[in-house]
Design a protein. Structure first.
Length: 342
Protein backbone atom coordinates (compact mmCIF):
# COMPACT_ATOMS: atom_id res chain seq x y z
CA UNK A 1 0.00 0.00 0.00
CA UNK A 2 1.36 3.40 -0.91
CA UNK A 3 1.67 6.03 1.79
CA UNK A 4 -1.05 8.65 1.59
CA UNK A 5 -0.66 12.32 2.38
CA UNK A 6 -1.86 13.69 5.71
CA UNK A 7 -4.79 15.33 3.98
CA UNK A 8 -7.38 13.97 3.64
CA UNK A 9 -6.19 10.90 5.58
CA UNK A 10 -3.26 9.63 7.61
CA UNK A 11 -1.88 6.31 6.48
CA UNK A 12 -1.35 3.44 8.88
CA UNK A 13 2.27 3.31 7.81
CA UNK A 14 2.83 6.97 8.62
CA UNK A 15 1.16 6.68 12.00
CA UNK A 16 3.15 3.68 13.14
CA UNK A 17 6.47 4.60 11.55
CA UNK A 18 6.59 8.30 12.26
CA UNK A 19 7.94 7.83 15.77
CA UNK A 20 11.04 6.12 14.46
CA UNK A 21 11.44 8.27 11.38
CA UNK A 22 11.07 11.70 12.94
CA UNK A 23 12.64 13.25 16.03
CA UNK A 24 10.15 14.51 18.60
CA UNK A 25 10.74 18.17 17.84
CA UNK A 26 9.91 17.71 14.17
CA UNK A 27 6.15 17.89 14.73
CA UNK A 28 6.32 20.84 17.11
CA UNK A 29 5.41 24.20 15.67
CA UNK A 30 8.44 26.47 15.74
CA UNK A 31 8.24 30.06 16.89
CA UNK A 32 6.99 32.43 14.24
CA UNK A 33 9.14 35.51 13.64
CA UNK A 34 6.35 38.04 14.09
CA UNK A 35 3.74 36.19 16.11
CA UNK A 36 1.52 38.49 18.12
CA UNK A 37 0.11 35.61 20.18
CA UNK A 38 2.30 32.71 21.39
CA UNK A 39 0.16 29.88 22.75
CA UNK A 40 0.87 26.43 24.23
CA UNK A 41 -1.09 23.31 23.23
CA UNK A 42 -0.36 20.19 25.31
CA UNK A 43 -1.35 16.56 24.83
CA UNK A 44 -0.59 13.29 26.57
CA UNK A 45 -0.38 11.22 23.40
CA UNK A 46 2.60 9.93 21.45
CA UNK A 47 3.75 12.31 18.64
CA UNK A 48 2.60 9.76 16.04
CA UNK A 49 -0.99 9.62 17.29
CA UNK A 50 -3.65 11.25 15.06
CA UNK A 51 -4.52 13.78 17.79
CA UNK A 52 -1.04 15.27 17.41
CA UNK A 53 -0.69 14.95 13.65
CA UNK A 54 -4.05 16.60 13.10
CA UNK A 55 -3.48 19.24 15.79
CA UNK A 56 -0.23 20.20 14.07
CA UNK A 57 -2.13 20.62 10.80
CA UNK A 58 -4.66 22.87 12.55
CA UNK A 59 -1.89 24.96 14.09
CA UNK A 60 -0.28 25.45 10.67
CA UNK A 61 -3.60 26.51 9.16
CA UNK A 62 -4.25 28.90 12.05
CA UNK A 63 -0.86 30.54 11.59
CA UNK A 64 -1.49 30.90 7.87
CA UNK A 65 -5.06 32.17 8.25
CA UNK A 66 -3.95 34.81 10.77
CA UNK A 67 -0.98 35.90 8.63
CA UNK A 68 1.45 34.76 11.32
CA UNK A 69 -0.23 36.60 14.18
CA UNK A 70 -0.89 33.34 16.06
CA UNK A 71 1.77 30.73 16.77
CA UNK A 72 0.58 27.65 18.66
CA UNK A 73 3.36 25.43 19.94
CA UNK A 74 2.56 21.75 20.33
CA UNK A 75 3.86 19.80 23.35
CA UNK A 76 2.95 16.10 22.90
CA UNK A 77 3.62 13.04 25.07
CA UNK A 78 3.16 14.75 28.46
CA UNK A 79 6.24 16.92 27.91
CA UNK A 80 4.81 19.54 30.26
CA UNK A 81 3.60 17.10 32.93
CA UNK A 82 1.15 14.28 33.59
CA UNK A 83 -2.50 14.57 32.59
CA UNK A 84 -3.45 15.66 36.10
CA UNK A 85 -0.64 18.25 36.09
CA UNK A 86 -1.75 19.59 32.72
CA UNK A 87 -5.36 19.85 33.79
CA UNK A 88 -4.17 22.16 36.58
CA UNK A 89 -2.06 24.13 34.11
CA UNK A 90 -4.91 24.75 31.67
CA UNK A 91 -7.13 25.75 34.57
CA UNK A 92 -4.63 28.38 35.77
CA UNK A 93 -3.68 29.52 32.27
CA UNK A 94 -0.01 28.50 32.19
CA UNK A 95 -1.04 26.28 29.25
CA UNK A 96 -3.67 27.75 26.93
CA UNK A 97 -4.94 24.50 25.35
CA UNK A 98 -4.91 20.89 26.51
CA UNK A 99 -6.23 17.77 24.77
CA UNK A 100 -7.71 15.60 27.55
CA UNK A 101 -9.68 12.37 27.72
CA UNK A 102 -13.26 12.85 28.90
CA UNK A 103 -12.60 10.10 31.42
CA UNK A 104 -9.76 11.98 33.10
CA UNK A 105 -11.69 15.24 32.88
CA UNK A 106 -14.40 13.58 34.96
CA UNK A 107 -12.18 14.06 38.02
CA UNK A 108 -12.86 17.81 37.65
CA UNK A 109 -16.18 17.92 35.76
CA UNK A 110 -17.90 14.67 36.82
CA UNK A 111 -20.60 14.58 34.12
CA UNK A 112 -17.95 14.37 31.37
CA UNK A 113 -17.48 10.73 32.40
CA UNK A 114 -21.02 9.82 31.39
CA UNK A 115 -19.78 9.09 27.86
CA UNK A 116 -17.89 6.14 29.31
CA UNK A 117 -20.70 4.35 31.11
CA UNK A 118 -19.98 0.67 30.58
CA UNK A 119 -21.35 -0.74 27.30
CA UNK A 120 -23.62 2.29 26.69
CA UNK A 121 -22.66 2.88 23.05
CA UNK A 122 -22.93 0.03 20.58
CA UNK A 123 -21.47 1.83 17.56
CA UNK A 124 -19.96 5.07 16.31
CA UNK A 125 -23.36 6.05 14.96
CA UNK A 126 -24.55 6.12 18.57
CA UNK A 127 -21.45 7.99 19.72
CA UNK A 128 -21.67 10.90 17.29
CA UNK A 129 -25.45 11.13 17.60
CA UNK A 130 -24.93 11.72 21.32
CA UNK A 131 -21.74 13.80 21.29
CA UNK A 132 -22.70 16.11 18.41
CA UNK A 133 -26.20 16.35 19.83
CA UNK A 134 -27.93 17.09 23.11
CA UNK A 135 -25.67 15.07 25.40
CA UNK A 136 -22.53 16.73 24.04
CA UNK A 137 -24.12 20.17 24.43
CA UNK A 138 -25.00 19.41 28.04
CA UNK A 139 -21.44 18.33 28.84
CA UNK A 140 -20.00 21.44 27.16
CA UNK A 141 -22.25 23.65 29.27
CA UNK A 142 -21.08 21.97 32.48
CA UNK A 143 -17.41 22.32 31.52
CA UNK A 144 -17.99 26.00 30.73
CA UNK A 145 -19.08 26.62 34.34
CA UNK A 146 -15.39 26.27 35.30
CA UNK A 147 -12.27 28.29 34.30
CA UNK A 148 -11.98 26.12 31.16
CA UNK A 149 -14.18 25.45 28.13
CA UNK A 150 -14.30 23.20 25.05
CA UNK A 151 -12.61 24.89 22.08
CA UNK A 152 -13.85 22.48 19.42
CA UNK A 153 -16.14 19.52 18.97
CA UNK A 154 -14.99 16.34 20.66
CA UNK A 155 -12.17 14.28 19.11
CA UNK A 156 -12.11 10.47 19.08
CA UNK A 157 -10.16 8.34 21.49
CA UNK A 158 -12.05 5.23 20.45
CA UNK A 159 -13.66 2.20 22.00
CA UNK A 160 -11.50 0.76 24.74
CA UNK A 161 -10.37 -2.87 24.91
CA UNK A 162 -8.65 -4.93 27.60
CA UNK A 163 -5.09 -6.24 27.17
CA UNK A 164 -3.24 -8.68 29.40
CA UNK A 165 0.20 -10.16 29.81
CA UNK A 166 -0.97 -13.46 31.25
CA UNK A 167 -4.65 -14.32 30.89
CA UNK A 168 -7.36 -14.40 28.25
CA UNK A 169 -10.41 -12.37 29.20
CA UNK A 170 -13.40 -13.94 27.47
CA UNK A 171 -16.18 -13.46 30.02
CA UNK A 172 -16.93 -11.21 32.96
CA UNK A 173 -15.87 -14.03 35.27
CA UNK A 174 -12.34 -13.91 33.81
CA UNK A 175 -11.86 -10.44 35.30
CA UNK A 176 -12.10 -11.63 38.89
CA UNK A 177 -8.99 -10.37 40.72
CA UNK A 178 -7.48 -9.01 37.49
CA UNK A 179 -4.98 -6.23 38.27
CA UNK A 180 -5.73 -3.71 35.54
CA UNK A 181 -4.41 -0.20 35.01
CA UNK A 182 -7.08 2.42 34.52
CA UNK A 183 -6.77 6.21 34.15
CA UNK A 184 -7.45 8.31 37.24
CA UNK A 185 -11.15 8.34 36.42
CA UNK A 186 -13.93 7.21 38.80
CA UNK A 187 -16.23 5.75 36.07
CA UNK A 188 -13.63 3.19 34.95
CA UNK A 189 -12.55 2.36 38.49
CA UNK A 190 -16.19 1.73 39.36
CA UNK A 191 -16.78 -0.31 36.20
CA UNK A 192 -13.94 -2.72 36.87
CA UNK A 193 -14.71 -3.02 40.57
CA UNK A 194 -18.27 -3.97 39.62
CA UNK A 195 -16.78 -6.66 37.37
CA UNK A 196 -14.72 -7.97 40.36
CA UNK A 197 -11.39 -6.82 38.89
CA UNK A 198 -8.70 -4.91 40.83
CA UNK A 199 -8.35 -1.55 39.04
CA UNK A 200 -5.26 0.56 39.71
CA UNK A 201 -5.34 4.25 38.66
CA UNK A 202 -2.00 5.13 37.00
CA UNK A 203 -1.15 8.18 34.87
CA UNK A 204 -0.63 7.31 31.21
CA UNK A 205 3.04 8.35 31.13
CA UNK A 206 3.72 5.55 33.66
CA UNK A 207 1.67 2.80 31.99
CA UNK A 208 4.40 1.09 29.96
CA UNK A 209 6.70 0.78 32.98
CA UNK A 210 3.87 -0.47 35.20
CA UNK A 211 3.10 -3.23 32.68
CA UNK A 212 6.75 -4.04 32.10
CA UNK A 213 7.47 -4.42 35.82
CA UNK A 214 4.21 -6.33 36.47
CA UNK A 215 2.85 -3.71 38.86
CA UNK A 216 -0.35 -4.46 36.94
CA UNK A 217 -1.16 -7.41 34.69
CA UNK A 218 -3.13 -5.53 32.10
CA UNK A 219 -4.62 -2.27 30.93
CA UNK A 220 -7.45 -1.02 28.72
CA UNK A 221 -7.20 1.44 25.84
CA UNK A 222 -8.25 1.92 22.22
CA UNK A 223 -6.22 0.10 19.58
CA UNK A 224 -4.57 3.30 18.32
CA UNK A 225 -3.13 3.92 21.79
CA UNK A 226 -2.01 0.30 22.16
CA UNK A 227 -0.17 0.65 18.85
CA UNK A 228 1.40 4.11 19.15
CA UNK A 229 2.45 3.60 22.79
CA UNK A 230 3.95 0.20 21.84
CA UNK A 231 2.03 -1.58 24.60
CA UNK A 232 2.12 -4.72 22.45
CA UNK A 233 5.72 -5.11 23.63
CA UNK A 234 4.56 -5.82 27.19
CA UNK A 235 1.13 -7.41 26.57
CA UNK A 236 0.14 -10.72 24.97
CA UNK A 237 -3.63 -10.69 24.47
CA UNK A 238 -6.29 -8.13 23.60
CA UNK A 239 -9.94 -8.83 24.38
CA UNK A 240 -12.23 -6.85 22.07
CA UNK A 241 -14.58 -5.78 24.83
CA UNK A 242 -15.37 -2.29 23.53
CA UNK A 243 -16.49 -1.72 27.10
CA UNK A 244 -16.58 2.06 26.89
CA UNK A 245 -16.11 4.80 24.34
CA UNK A 246 -13.88 7.71 25.24
CA UNK A 247 -13.32 11.05 23.55
CA UNK A 248 -10.81 13.89 23.78
CA UNK A 249 -11.92 17.42 24.59
CA UNK A 250 -9.65 20.24 23.47
CA UNK A 251 -9.86 22.40 26.57
CA UNK A 252 -9.01 26.08 26.58
CA UNK A 253 -8.37 28.51 29.40
CA UNK A 254 -11.32 30.91 29.22
CA UNK A 255 -9.43 33.98 30.47
CA UNK A 256 -6.59 33.51 27.96
CA UNK A 257 -8.94 32.78 25.06
CA UNK A 258 -11.12 35.82 25.77
CA UNK A 259 -8.06 38.05 25.47
CA UNK A 260 -7.71 37.04 21.82
CA UNK A 261 -9.47 39.11 19.13
CA UNK A 262 -12.83 37.70 18.08
CA UNK A 263 -11.61 36.92 14.57
CA UNK A 264 -8.67 34.96 15.96
CA UNK A 265 -10.97 33.00 18.28
CA UNK A 266 -13.15 32.08 15.31
CA UNK A 267 -10.17 30.90 13.25
CA UNK A 268 -8.87 28.72 16.10
CA UNK A 269 -12.25 27.06 16.67
CA UNK A 270 -12.88 26.59 12.95
CA UNK A 271 -9.55 24.92 12.26
CA UNK A 272 -9.63 22.71 15.35
CA UNK A 273 -13.15 21.60 14.37
CA UNK A 274 -11.85 20.65 10.91
CA UNK A 275 -8.99 18.66 12.40
CA UNK A 276 -11.41 16.97 14.81
CA UNK A 277 -13.43 15.72 11.85
CA UNK A 278 -10.26 14.48 10.12
CA UNK A 279 -9.00 12.83 13.30
CA UNK A 280 -12.27 10.98 13.82
CA UNK A 281 -11.93 9.48 10.34
CA UNK A 282 -8.29 8.56 11.06
CA UNK A 283 -9.18 6.63 14.22
CA UNK A 284 -12.08 4.85 12.53
CA UNK A 285 -9.80 3.65 9.71
CA UNK A 286 -7.02 2.65 12.07
CA UNK A 287 -9.34 0.77 14.41
CA UNK A 288 -10.43 -1.43 11.51
CA UNK A 289 -6.88 -2.10 10.28
CA UNK A 290 -4.77 -2.22 13.45
CA UNK A 291 -5.97 -5.70 14.40
CA UNK A 292 -3.86 -7.16 11.60
CA UNK A 293 -0.90 -4.94 12.46
CA UNK A 294 -0.99 -5.85 16.15
CA UNK A 295 -1.38 -9.55 15.36
CA UNK A 296 1.85 -9.30 13.39
CA UNK A 297 3.50 -7.81 16.47
CA UNK A 298 2.49 -10.77 18.63
CA UNK A 299 -0.89 -9.79 20.07
CA UNK A 300 -3.55 -12.51 20.23
CA UNK A 301 -7.09 -11.16 19.89
CA UNK A 302 -9.99 -12.57 21.88
CA UNK A 303 -13.63 -12.08 20.88
CA UNK A 304 -16.12 -11.62 23.71
CA UNK A 305 -19.88 -11.56 24.20
CA UNK A 306 -20.66 -8.08 25.48
CA UNK A 307 -24.05 -9.19 26.79
CA UNK A 308 -22.31 -11.32 29.42
CA UNK A 309 -20.58 -8.22 30.80
CA UNK A 310 -23.79 -6.14 30.65
CA UNK A 311 -25.68 -8.75 32.66
CA UNK A 312 -22.96 -8.77 35.28
CA UNK A 313 -23.07 -4.97 35.56
CA UNK A 314 -26.85 -4.91 35.80
CA UNK A 315 -26.78 -7.48 38.61
CA UNK A 316 -24.51 -5.22 40.67
CA UNK A 317 -26.60 -2.08 40.49
CA UNK A 318 -23.82 -0.32 38.56
CA UNK A 319 -26.16 1.55 36.21
CA UNK A 320 -28.48 2.68 38.97
CA UNK A 321 -25.55 4.00 40.99
CA UNK A 322 -24.22 6.12 38.12
CA UNK A 323 -27.67 7.38 37.18
CA UNK A 324 -27.93 8.77 40.69
CA UNK A 325 -24.44 10.31 40.51
CA UNK A 326 -24.87 11.97 37.12
CA UNK A 327 -28.48 13.03 37.62
CA UNK A 328 -31.68 12.44 35.70
CA UNK A 329 -31.14 15.08 32.99
CA UNK A 330 -27.84 13.85 31.47
CA UNK A 331 -28.83 10.22 32.06
CA UNK A 332 -32.02 10.70 30.05
CA UNK A 333 -29.97 12.31 27.26
CA UNK A 334 -27.66 9.28 27.26
CA UNK A 335 -30.54 6.78 27.19
CA UNK A 336 -32.11 8.57 24.21
CA UNK A 337 -29.21 7.10 22.27
CA UNK A 338 -28.15 4.02 24.23
CA UNK A 339 -31.59 2.70 25.12
CA UNK A 340 -32.63 1.81 28.64
CA UNK A 341 -29.64 1.04 30.89
CA UNK A 342 -31.16 1.07 34.36
Amino acid sequence: MTESKLTPSISRRRLLAAGAALPLFSIITHRADAAEFELKYATGQDPTHPVNLRAKEAHDRIREATSGRVNIKLFPANQLGSDTDLLSQVRNGSVEFFNLSSLVLSTFVPVSGITSVGFAFKSYDDVWKAMDGDLGSHIRAEIAKTPIFTVSKVWDNGFRHITSSGREVKTAADLKGFKVRVPAAPPLTSLFKSLDAAPSPINFNEVYTALQTKVVEGQENPLAIIATARLYEVQKTCSLTGHVWDGYWVLGNKRAFQKLPTDVQQVITRELDKSATDQRADVARLSSSLVADLKAKGITFVDVQQEDFRKKLASTGFYGEWKTKYGAVPWDLLEKVSGKLS
